[in-house]
Every structure is written in structure tokens, then in C-alpha cells.
Design a protein around this ligand. Structure first.
Ligand SMILES: [Fe+2]
Length: 206
């Protein structure tokens, strides 16, 4: 007798937020970010200044990012506590440069902001379901791939797009196969407020 009555439901999910914050980014700010002193990272270039959202020139961007973080906290995480940006930095990937797989330590939610025109083709941001070495790689057949079993998922950057995602999720950036520079901003966040309960002696004020 074949089973005809069954269903598949999610137990948990890994969300990300995508927002357009073009209204908060001026041409002068684009010029300012592109003129920041860059130093060698592992393969790409990173701004020497690792707190760029503290610069008064970028205030409107910081405000828009905070608005998106407030949305993420209330609508995605469903919490009353506040997320705030810790470090923030600019990145440039030259042609033929990719960004190795990594996750962000000492951060809850991380973000990427594509503040200017992107190269064509744009190098995608790839998220990896697995955090650790996979001794067994049990991957679905292509035509059976879905949100429950895919090992990787792809976000395509676009000018003015802001992505927010869990800092612990591994991600990497494809090789820049264009002949243009690929610019972005990245940042980390932490949480402010009270966790736990005074009576349960689990209270923690951050
Ligand atoms: Fe990252």
C-alpha cells in the first residue's frame, strides 16, 4: 500500500533581510567611501578605517542601516532589545579576486551594503548551510534541490541593496569575473538591553 497522506513542514528556517536604502546614499558619500584608504586583506582590499559608520559623512547611511536593524530585531527576531552596529568597513574586490568562506565572530547579525554601481557580471554572495568540514557530502540531485536540502544559497547584489543575515552563517563571494572593481560595505552588530530574568538569576544587562 503506497503512502498518499503525508506532508513536509519546516521545523526551523534561516532568514535574511533585503532592503533598498538608495534614498539614504548620496553621490558625495559614494565618492567619500571610494576614496577611503584601503589596505590588503587576504585576497581583496579592506578600508584601514574599520569603524566607517562613525564618520559624520556617512550619518544618513548609518541611520538607514539602523532602521533596517530595528526591523530585523522586531520583525524577524521578534525581540525588544536593540541591535547596534559594532565594526563597519569598506571592501573592494579587484578583477579575478574572490572572498574566501568565512563567518563573523563576536557579532549577532552581519550586513552587506552595495552602495554603488556593481560590476557586470556581478559576483554573487554564496551562503553555505554547513559550518564545519563535511566528511560525508550528501547533496541532493539537481532536480530535487529545495530550501530544505540545498547545501548553498545565492544572493545577487544590486546597487543600494542592504542584506542582513546571521553572523554565524558561512558565506563567500564569487570571483569578480568582470573588468571593474566590486565595491561593498560590511558590518557587524551586537545587542543592547536586558536578557534573562532577575528572579531566575539569569539576568544580563548589555
Ligand atoms: Fe562576511
Amino acid at each position: 500500500m503506497a503512502i498518499s497522506d503525508y506532508e513536509i513542514q519546516p521545523l526551523f528556517a534561516e532568514p535574511y533581510l533585503r532592503a533598498d536604502i538608495g534614498h539614504a546614499i548620496s553621490d558625495e558619500q559614494v565618492k567619500y567611501i571610494k576614496s577611503l584608504k584601503m589596505v590588503t586583506n587576504r585576497d581583496n582590499l579592506i578600508s584601514e578605517n574599520l569603524y566607517i559608520f562613525e564618520e559624520p559623512e556617512l550619518l544618513s547611511i548609518k541611520v538607514a542601516v539602523q532602521e533596517a536593524l530595528d526591523l530585523f530585531a522586531s520583525e524577524v527576531m521578534g525581540i525588544k532589545q536593540k541591535l547596534y552596529v559594532t565594526q563597519s568597513w569598506a571592501l573592494t574586490n579587484n578583477p579575478n579576486v574572490s572572498m574566501h568562506g568565512h563567518s563573523h565572530s563576536n557579532s549577532l547579525i552581519s550586513g552587506s551594503l552595495y552602495y554603488c554601481d556593481m560590476p557586470s557580471p556581478v559576483a554573487n554572495m554564496i551562503f553555505d548551510r554547513h559550518k564545519t568540514y563535511q566528511q560525508l557530502e550528501i547533496n541532493p540531485e539537481r532536480d530535487k534541490q529545495n530550501i530544505y536540502n540545498t547545501p548553498l544559497n545565492v544572493l545577487t547584489p544590486k546597487k543600494n541593496a542592504l542584506f542582513l543575515f546571521s553572523s554565524g552563517v558561512q558565506h563567500f563571494v564569487e570571483t569578480n569575473s568582470s573588468n571593474q572593481l566590486r565595491h561593498s560595505i560590511a558590518f557587524n552588530t551586537f545587542i543592547k538591553g536586558k536578557l534573562g530574568s532577575y528572579r531566575d538569576v539569569s539576568e544580563l544587562t548589555l
